[in-house]
Design a protein around this ligand. Structure first.
Ligand code: ADP
Ligand code: MG
Length: 238
């Protein structure tokens, strides 16, 4: 079943068309990566899926319903931001339960969901700590934990590792791969880093100036790039 479907999606900022008729069907549980050079429209497309940017033309379907006009809060998606600001005065447990508490979820149910998320994310030993007493990688897991508890249809990431130093980036790439294996949720992930795309993705969407240059598995793109742009971007010797 397809989890998210884009149908002839376009985005205009004034007279400038930055997304040019994108059609894409994302399967449930798929790890899909939007890759391409700076300014090609990756963030705009992701923000349109999240509902943070209006869709100028076309349709966005989520779990079978037309979500094109829905506000972000109705879409059931979790956007994991690059700067994962946590509440410094709250424990990890309270950070993770915050949105459930705000939504009026009863305490027993809230505790169950926070404990489940902490187990998956290996955060159980840290539940009573404050964010300042965690490593960068652990903090990012708490940020992901805050969205997991809402059991989203999909996780959206916009260059989540780009602010990290090289060694932490490698560690977090591995963490995110493990997270996808254990959660089995749909993940849509934006990066301009080819290595990240090639190592994490089930399928890669290569964007070029607002349109899709090619969609395929890392291996397909590497072995059979559709054109020179893809070949050069993915780095295969064609
Ligand atoms: P990427 O994430 O791939 O680097 P973006 O989606 O941020 O690219 O931007 C795609 C294009 O849309 C760029 O040319 C950018 O300047 C333009 N753009 C993005 N946001 C806006 C905006 N709010 N108003 C006008 N132009 C924008
Ligand atoms: Mg961007």
């Amino acid at each position: 079943m397809s989890s998210i479907e884009l149908k002839s999606v376009e985005k205009w900022f004034g007279n400038a068309q930055v997304i040019k008729g994108v059609d894409l069907s994302i399967d449930e549980g798929e790890f899909i990566i939007f890759v391409g050079p700076s300014g090609c429209g990756k963030s705009t497309l992701l923000r349109m899926i999240a509902g943070l940017e209006e869709t100028s033309r076309g349709q966005i379907m989520i779990a079978g319903r037309d979500a094109t006009a829905e506000p972000p809060s109705k879409r059931g998606l979790a956007m994991v931001f690059q700067s994962y600001a946590l509440y410094p005065h709250m424990s990890v447990r309270d950070n993770m339960g915050f949105s459930l508490k705000a939504a009026g979820v009863p305490k027993a149910e809230l505790d169950r969901q926070v404990n489940d998320a902490a187990r998956v994310l290996k955060l159980e030993p840290f539940l009573d700590r404050r964010p300042k007493d965690l490593s960068g990688g652990q903090r990012q897991r708490v940020a992901i934990g805050r969205s997991i508890v809402r059991e989203p249809t999909a996780f959206l990431f916009d260059e989540p590792l780009s602010n990290l130093d090289a060694s932490l980036r490698v560690e977090m790439r591995y963490e995110i791969a493990k997270l996808h294996q254990s959660l089995k949720s749909t993940m849509i992930y934006v990066t301009h880093d080819q290595v990240e795309a090639m190592t994490l993705a089930d399928r890669i969407v290569v964007l070029d100036g607002g349109h899709i240059a090619q969609v395929g598995s890392p291996r397909e793109l590497y072995e059979r790039p559709a054109n020179l742009f893809v070949a050069q971007f993915i780095g295969s010797p064609r």
